[in-house]
Design a protein around this ligand. Structure first.
Ligand code: NCD
Length: 308
């Protein structure tokens, strides 16, 4: 059956464990997977800038032996002539077996999935969600910690517009004993719908603060994020808030020895490059883990659709 992934909750916790298992097997036995998608095509439709997400989807499909067709960019596709997402999805379904799409509008991936005849994977829809970044994040947490339960997860930066934050909260809130520490400027707090529908609904403990340094020693995971410039309505607010948090080696002195420092990247100024040498810095591991999880997800969705 054709299935699309629009939200991280489209995958159950047991399916996430299955994807982690496949990723670990791919890491251990890459040759076993080198021809699994031979002759199959991934379409990448990116209406917003991307380095890691698009390239990791493309690398994933090549490493599975498949092909990639990519739309050169929103400005040079028929979107610039006014074509709808629905028509674009119908069209691209004629050329491909699976689609990964990023779009600046919340809900665009949902519309694409409704209209496509192949599986659609949401590669980020506006300030809403980013499920495959969360898969990369979950594999990273699992490989570093060995489990998801009883972790204190600090999310820091732009929690309002940061779609990776919303998806990670949704995913981690399904495990036992997880606590969230939400660190942001007043103006960039987690949206009410995430607090209400995810945290309060399930009675998950969370604390909101503007002060990173005070809470840092209590954290098992620190997830830093970029202030999302492109989603601001005025430049002035962005300039005022952009350097709200900068993680430095000095600030990490009282942090736990086994803290896992994460960032979906790109970083602008939120983590000093000096932190890269710290053994707790895991953000480049996250990049590589993203490729393996996307390989596992493409395989799963193509298998379920009966394409492979
Ligand atoms: C993130 C995104 O696009 O939401 N990047 C990514 O996919 N790794 C984070 C960001 O742009 O800040």
């Amino acid at each position: 059956m054709r299935r699309s992934i629009i939200d991280i909750r489209d995958l159950s916790p047991s399916e996430i464990m299955e994807l982690i298992g496949t990723s670990e097997d791919i890491i251990a036995n890459p040759a076993k997977y080198a021809h699994k998608c031979e002759g199959k095509k991934l379409g990448t439709l990116f209406f917003e800038p991307s380095t890691r997400t698009r390239m990791s989807f493309e690398a994933a499909m090549y490493e599975l032996g498949g092909h990639v067709i990519t739309m050169a960019g929103a400005g040079s596709s028929s979107a610039a002539k006014g074509e709808s997402v629905a028509d674009t999805a119908k069209t691209v379904s004629c050329y491909t077996d699976i689609i990964a799409m990023r779009h600046p509008k919340e809900g665009a991936a949902f519309v694409a999935a409704k209209n496509a005849s192949v599986p659609v994977i949401n590669a980020g829809d506006g300030g809403h969600s980013h499920p495959t970044q969360t898969l990369a994040d979950l594999l990273t947490i699992y490989r570093e910690k060995g489990h998801f339960d009883n972790l204190t997860v600090g999310l820091c930066g732009d929690l309002k517009f940061g779609r990776t934050v919303h998806s990670l909260i949704e995913a981690m809130s399904r495990y036992t004993g997880v606590k969230f520490v939400l660190i942001s400027p007043e103006e960039l707090k987690v949206p009410g719908y995430v607090k209400k529908e995810v945290l309060q609904e399930k009675g998950i403990p969370y604390e909101q603060t503007t002060d990173l340094e005070t809470v840092l020693p209590t954290l098992d995971i620190l997830y830093m994020t970029r202030i999302q410039k492109e989603r601001f309505f005025n430049e002035e607010d962005y300039l005022r808030l952009k350097d709200s948090y900068v993680l430095t080696p000095e600030k990490l002195v009282n942090a736990k020895e086994d803290l896992v420092i994460m960032h979906p990247l790109p970083r602008v100024n939120e983590i000093s490059v000096k932190v890269d040498e710290d053994k707790r810095a895991c953000y480049f591991k996250q990049v590589l883990n993203g490729k393996y999880m996307r390989m596992a997800l493409i395989l799963k969705l193509l298998k379920e659709a009966g394409t492979i």
